[in-house]
Design a protein around this ligand. Structure first.
Ligand SMILES: Cc1ncc(C[n+]2csc(CCOP(=O)(O)OP(=O)(O)O)c2C)c(N)n1
Length: 673
């Protein structure tokens, strides 16, 4: 191991087994107490994990956030008791034994699956199979990017993953692994729990992949070893340290090892073993201690494993202290979650200029222009696209690409891997030191959704630029025209979905997305040009409240038009039509529902315009709009999939026009009388 200043603790197979049995006992007892959970995986992988933590993993329970620690990702999140046991045994402040006793209960940090933020040492939330390994790819990439910027003395660590058959069967593993292989992320080491068992029975029921060959073909170093033999695992892990490619170690294990009748079968997988089986396992493993009791000598050995990290961390501190002060300052600034005020200031200037010049711009283009400002001010943004760079407009001037030979760039060609991209962005964000943003078409948010959902659940900043946001994209037709996607994304809690109306709002939305360190964002942007609707500059970021009155009524307000993005232009035209009839209508732009919903009731009421009739215009499904429109409001939008035609024809065909909106308002007013 490079930079290993302390001797790793080496145990022979028998000693490893004894230490590993502490994991087995805690896991089966916790699952038994909860009467739910997965004892099999922790019991199978206990020896391999013990070897990894005692001899290889660079971590310090006393300083769990130390930036140069190795990252450990339990991709097989259902085996969460493996991780909780390791954290307890190696001496993290939490979980306590009581927490483990309350495994899977409300308030215990030991949730059913590991949740980021619940315990130090949980580097990412896992459970949806495949996410962990794909997120780890982002972590391993972040390490290389920061290493290229700050050097070996500050950044020199590895990312270890434990993944099961399920992780590797999931499609996302293909995207993630081929991407990691292409980028030669040799600091990524995956221990594959090769136990031939999943829930339904033997994996042969559904899979006959030659996994090592598959990974070999993707540019990985592959090896196989006996996962029940600590010494064999150590040998494989030692060899993995010198690889110039990512490494997959297939560790052959026995699921539920020790359980007298269930070991090696799917019956060890997903339920408590039962008291009799647990008692039998105690006997088989030679573990005579009562539930949740770890004998002192074994605990002491585990604590020694945990304690070896402090010397590693001290050695890193020594190296760090010799780094030139300006490098060190830049390093810690990069790790700072807050974005400097200079970004907001620069975007404010951009807004001022845009309001004065009033360009007609697609919001994807406006986003690129805003990003020119952002990327020139903030160097930790890492852009990218899933092979739609010229369409998403995410690559600004001078952004060098990141490649296997040179990680010093700032732009990632993710390839056509939306799901892998979104998960890698999570890994980049979780690692810290960079802010990932990337792009695809909004319609393909479906392909990235499970990873976006996890970002929202974890509360991390990943910014998704999603262009071609409606039928307004035109001729590519209904396969490419999102209809239900805004609603589907808005349904994800803690995700900010922005749909800016012009270049000014686009800059405001970027400002908010960058400042939101604990929420992911989606920016839904147009392909087609839009006029500038914010023609008077305000220093205040009006989008921050989620919705605001863009145009007041002339005279008494009888009508409120709500619109987002490209349909704000239509709302303004409808307002003008009503004005010629002497009907006062106001227009509310709603770039972000989530932010609006969080405003005070007084503000929301004032924006919603009590007493006015309400018409919403959005070239998308109506799902969700009722909450603003009430029973009597009208929605002008999509009721079906789109069609292939020029955008202007489509808006007319689907009735999303100023005439239709004005007519809806008139008829509502008539009914009101
Ligand atoms: C995306 C996803 N699909 C399904 C599940 C439900 N699930 C949890 S574990 C599991 C079987 C996994 O098999 P394997 O990785 O071999 O784990 P082991 O049986 O070895 O513990 C399944 C289907 C899940 N967690 N995530």
């Amino acid at each position: 191991m490079k930079n290993a200043e302390t001797t790793p603790l080496v145990f022979n197979q028998t000693e490893t087994r004894r230490l590993a049995n502490a994991i087995r006992a805690l896991s089966m007892d916790a699952v038994q107490a909860a009467n739910s959970g997965h004892p099999g995986m922790p019991m199978g992988m206990a020896d391999a994990a013990t070897t990894l933590f005692s001899q290889f993993l660079k971590f310090d329970p006393a300083d769990p956030h130390w930036p140069d620690r190795d990252r450990f990702v339990l991709s097989a999140g259902h085996g969460s008791m493996l991780l909780y046991s390791l954290l307890f045994l190696t001496g993290y402040a939490a979980p306590t034994l009581d927490d483990i006793r309350r495994f899977r209960q409300l308030g215990s940090p030991c949730a059913g699956h590991p949740e980021y933020g619940h315990l130090p040492g949980i580097e990412t939330t896992t459970g949806p199979l495949g996410q962990g390994i794909a997120t780890a790819v982002g972590m391993a990439l972040a390490e290389r990017i920061l290493n290229a910027r700050f050097g070996d003395d500050l950044v020199d660590h590895r990312t270890y993953v434990i993944a099961g058959d399920g992780d590797l069967m999931e499609g996302i593993s293909q995207e993630a692994a081929s991407f990691a292989g292409h980028l030669k992320l040799n600091r990524l080491i995956v221990l594959f729990d090769d136990n031939h068992i999943s829930i339904d029975g033997p994996t042969s029921l559904a899979d006959s992949t030659r996994t090592l060959e598959r990974f070999d073909a993707m540019g990985w170093t592959t090896m196989a070893c006996d996962g029940m033999d600590g010494e064999a695992v150590a040998k494989a892990l030692a060899a993995a340290q010198t690889s110039d490619k990512p490494v997959l170690i297939a560790a052959r294990t026995t699921i539920g090892f020790g359980a007298p009748t269930r070991a090696g079968t799917s019956k060890a997988h997903g339920e408590a073993l039962g008291l009799e089986e647990v008692a039998g396992a105690r006997e088989k493993l030679g573990w005579p201690y009562p539930p949740f009791v770890i004998p002192d000598d074994i605990l002491a050995q585990w604590r020694a494993i945990g304690a070896r990290g402090s010397a590693l961390r001290d050695a890193w501190r020594e190296r760090r202290n010799k780094v030139p002060p300006e490098t060190l300052k830049a390093f810690y600034e990069a790790l700072e979650p807050q974005v400097p005020m200079s970004v907001s200031h620069a975007l404010k200037e951009f807004k001022k200029k845009t309001s004065a010049e009033k360009p007609s711009l697609a919001t994807r283009k406006a986003s690129e222009t805003a990003l020119e400002v952002v990327n020139a001010t903030l160097d930790k943004t890492i852009g990218g696209s899933a092979d739609l760079t010229g369409s998403n407009n995410t690559r600004t001037k001078g952004m060098k690409e990141i490649s296997a030979n040179d990680y010093s760039g700032r732009f990632i060609h993710y390839g056509i891997r939306e799901h892998g991209m979104a998960a890698a962005m999570n890994g980049l964000a979780l690692h810290g030191g960079v802010i990932p943003y990337s792009g695809t078409f909004l319609v393909f948010s479906d392909y990235a959704r499970p990873a976006i959902r996890l970002a929202a659940l974890m509360g991390i900043r990943a910014i998704h630029v999603m262009t071609h946001d409606s039928i307004g994209l035109g001729e590519d037709g209904p396969t490419h025209q999102p209809v239900e996607h805004l609603a589907a994304l808005r349904a994800i809690p803690n995700l900010l979905v922005f749909r800016p109306a012009d270049a000014v709002e686009t800059a405001e939305c970027w400002d908010i997305a960058l400042a939101e360190a604990k929420r992911p964002s989606v920016l839904a942007l147009t392909r087609q040009n839009l006029p500038t609707v914010r023609t008077t500059h305000t220093d205040e970021n009006l989008s921050r409240k989620g919705a605001y009155e863009l145009a007041p009524a002339e005279g008494e307000a009888k009508v409120t038009f709500f619109a987002t993005g490209s349909e704000v232009e239509i709302a303004l035209a409808a307002r003008a039509l009503l004005a010629t009839d002497g009907i006062g209508a106001r227009v509310v732009s709603m770039p972000c529902w989530e932010l609006f919903d969080a405003q005070s009731e007084t503000y929301r009421e004032s924006v919603l315009g009590p007493g006015t009739v309400k018409v919403a215009i959005e070239a998308a499904a109506s799902f969700g709009w009722d909450r603003y429109l009430g029973e009597h409001g009208r929605f002008i939008g999509m009721k079906s999939f789109g069609a292939s035609a020029p955008a202007k024809d489509l808006y007319k065909h689907f009735g999303i026009t100023a005439d239709a909106a004005a007519e809806a308002a008139r008829s509502l007013l008539k009914n009101k009388r």
